[in-house]
Design a binder for this molecule. Structure first.
Ligand code: PRP
Length: 181
């Protein structure tokens, strides 16, 4: 099946406003955190890159933000349903005792995030939180607590602002529905 870029689901202005709100929440929670104001943003490649770039700048200079990235890949076609994910690129950072914020573009079945949380939790971070720009709660196969959620969306195929169709359209500034052609 082929797709084209359809209507805008979430505009760049809506995204920008929500990013600022999330950044404010993150700042407040860190200020109350006895473990201090240092935050490691663990971005999941590639979809989250555009969101992360805006989010870290919105968090601002009062927080000691560090950025690191992970790349994950499925083990063949079964993986999306099995939840077994291969780490293609691991974090370079040692996370024991740190405040870690995993940042994703979208949580769908929850299998990827659930697996990732189990891996990172074993490394002993002081604090491990999840931030996702988009959330499809209705598609969950396993429960995942999303500490910071940008937008709850229906079960639509969406592209833009980091999200792709076969590697395309990540650079679009708004989030669109992709329509089959
Ligand atoms: C997306 C997203 C999550 C995963 C969520 O990644 O970034 O990692 O799918 O799906 P789940 O909740 O059903 O596990 P994708 O495989 O599209 O990779 P990309 O970010 O590189 O485009």
């Amino acid at each position: 099946m082929n797709y084209r870029v359809g209507d805008i689901l979430i505009t760049r202005d809506q995204i920008s406003a929500r990013v600022n709100e999330i950044a404010e929440d993150i700042r407040k929670n860190l200020a109350e955190n006895k473990n201090g104001q240092e935050l490691l943003v663990a971005g999941i490649l590639k979809g989250a890159v555009v969101f992360i770039a805006d989010l870290v700048r919105a968090i601002g200079r009062d927080v000691d933000v560090r950025m690191d990235f992970m790349a994950l890949s499925s083990y063949g076609s079964d993986t999306k349903s099995s939840g077994i994910v291969r780490i293609v690129k691991d974090l370079d950072t040692y996370i024991e005792g740190k405040n870690v914020l995993i940042v994703e573009d979208i949580i769908d079945t929850g299998l990827t995030m659930s697996y990732l949380l189990s891996i990172l939790q074993r490394r002993g971070p002081a604090n491990l939180k999840v931030c996702s720009l988009l959330n499809k709660e209705g598609r969950r196969k396993v429960p995942v607590v999303v500490d910071y959620c940008g937008f709850e969306i229906p079960d639509e195929f969406v592209v833009g602002y980091g999200l792709d169709y076969s590697g395309r359209w990540r650079h679009l500034p708004d989030i669109h529905v992709a329509v089959p052609v």
